[in-house]
Design a protein around this ligand. Structure first.
Ligand code: AMP
Length: 280
């Protein structure tokens, strides 16, 4: 496994690999790796000759400076995990490598995808995601880039940037890896106590129940029931629970089961923001 900090060194190495007709897969992360991240690397390894993983905590996507400060940075352990899973190249840039002094932010239009849901509670977040992903794609130029369905809205934002800037990479969306109790894996889960983490299974249970309920109940009724399931749990505040179109994120009036809808939920659970979603 090669660890590279400089975008120029990375470009030289990847050009050599590409020259040998090797396919390059890429997973972008902010570190504090867990099995969810590792599942992206595993899939990339299955489908490509060389797998690159980046670790970069992007300040431009944090609208809350204390969230940025608190973000875990267990880099040595991350490198051990990446070596174990067989990542070929780890890209570990500094802030100035990604945003050099002469960097000019490109105009980015996210077609309104950034003004809803996560965008409402985290203004500027998706613009920051778009900027970093665009820069990372310039550095890695992968054949395929792997992103998690867990950050559903983010996958749409990334597809939009790829389209807008004509980036010649395919985007693969990977299913959500869960803890044994169903809680979606997240770097933030370590902020929960062991007991809270165990109890947090109620989020996925609610989503499974909702998926069943929409088959027989009117949409509003199914959503009300789901909200009540969430609110029965101590320490929960619902940020949003909604059923939207998979492409546009516009709330659904009626369901086209198995085709176009996704249920998205975000709760604050004892001060930790937990995201999850399910296709309906
Ligand atoms: P992050 O380090 O949080 O920016 O996440 C890096 C990538 O890992 C993103 O594409 C995430 O969607 C993905 N990811 C995070 N958690 C999971 C999970 N539980 N299952 C699958 N992918 C995940």
């Amino acid at each position: 496994m090669i660890v590279i900090k400089s975008p120029i060194d990375l470009e030289i190495l990847l050009n050599k690999i590409r020259g040998n007709n090797k396919k390059i897969g890429f997973a972008a992360t902010m570190g504090a790796l867990h099995d969810g991240h590792i599942s992206l690397i595993k899939r990339s390894k299955e489908e490509n000759d060389t797998t690159v993983c980046s670790i970069f905590i992007n300040p431009k996507q944090f609208n809350d400076s204390s969230d940025l400060e608190k973000y875990p940075r267990p880099i040595e352990n991350d490198l051990i995990l990446l070596k174990e899973v067989g990542a070929d190249i780890v890209f570990l840039p500094d802030y100035n490598d990604i945003y050099p002094q002469n960097y000019i932010e490109p105009e980015i239009n996210l077609s309104g995808l950034d003004n809803v849901l996560e965008g409402l509670t985290r203004p500027g977040h998706f613009k920051g995601v778009a900027l970093v992903v665009k820069r990372l794609f310039e550095c890695v130029n992968p054949d395929v880039a792997y992103f998690g369905q867990k950050d559903y809205q983010q996958t749409l934002v990334i597809k939009e940037i790829v389209k807008q800037f004509k980036i010649p990479s395919d985007i693969a969306v990977c299913s959500i890896l869960r803890e044994k109790n169903g809680l979606a894996m997240s770097s933030r889960n370590i902020r929960l106590s062991a007991e809270q983490r165990e109890r947090a299974s109620f989020i996925y249970k609610m989503l499974l129940q909702l998926k069943e309920d929409v088959k027989s109940l009117p949409l509003k009724e199914a959503l009300n029931k789901a909200e009540n399931i969430l609110l029965k749990n101590e320490g929960v505040q619902i940020d949003y629970l909604t059923i939207v179109n998979q492409q546009t994120l516009v709330p659904e009036e009626t369901l086209n089961l198995g085709k176009s809808s996704v249920a998205l939920v975000v709760v604050d659970y004892f001060g930790v923001r937990l995201l999850d979603n399910i296709y309906l």
